[in-house]
Design a protein around this ligand. Sequence first.
Ligand SMILES: [Cu+2]
Length: 321
Amino acid sequence: MLTRKNVRSLVTHEMSNYSRGVHALGKIYVKDFIKKYSEYSWLKNGTQKFSDLSNFTVYHALVLQHCEVFDKKYEWPPSSGNGTSLAHEGPAFLPWHRAYLMFFEKLLGIVLKQNFALPYWNWGQDEPDPLSSVIWQNNFLGGNGDNSGIVRTGPFRKGNWTTITKEGIKGDLNRSFGESPFARELPTLAEIGWVLDLPYFDEPPYCNLPDCKQFRNYLEGWVSPSPSDYTFMHNRVHMWVGGNMESGTSPNDPVFWLHHCFVDKLWDIWMQLKPNFIYPNSGAPPFQNLNEKMYPWNNITPADVIKWNGIYQYDNNNPDD
Ligand SMILES: [Cu+2]
């Protein structure tokens, strides 16, 4: 079984393995990859608006898939004027990203030709001094953007890494740590502890409105215990990193996966604390109920993902100390 570790406990070659694997996925074209591994034909899903896939790498296909899911909005609750995506702003936020991470982890294992476990970034631990986090080292993910936001250090610096917009336009990686007025700081360990104490998974109308005051909506970050906070937890981390992380194409920044891996660890811990938790069977936005197939994979439901134990586990580091 794979063990996903804290980025702080990685040794140097594990850090460079990650960037090596990510770069490999950023070089292989989807059409070549699918020819070899036909079970990955789902990589084309979510990129149908581009008639010619030959220009897309496996990494860009994953980015575009996330963006498509992020941008497709359903009005929820019906006739409310409020929008939810197919995998955000509702209960499937957690199972959808869990599946997405597992696919990515398997893809890294294939290109690295070894079992590979995603590490996780406990941003709560780094909150007191985020700029000196190990993840921004030059041998891991590189650091902040320059005055115009462009990353010029580390393996994903300008000239070494290519991002993609939802229109298919290529560009440079951008970051602007703590510059968003809504996320000057990362979430704290105390906030993590507070969220893990929440008793229920989600509640009607199962969306991003502040009426949903349960685990999923707080962890995703649409509500905060302090009403003056515009962003919380997961959302706040996206905003704090800034640049590419602030949009639907956020997986353009390889920190995305390490951030979501920690969100998934928090869900895992919460599930162990609440083994009989209830995931909504009905009443959630489309594609987000327990037995609905999640878009765009068409064969995986939240119920499947909740049962996916035994494939990976997390180290037993306490998340909130
Ligand atoms: Cu997402």
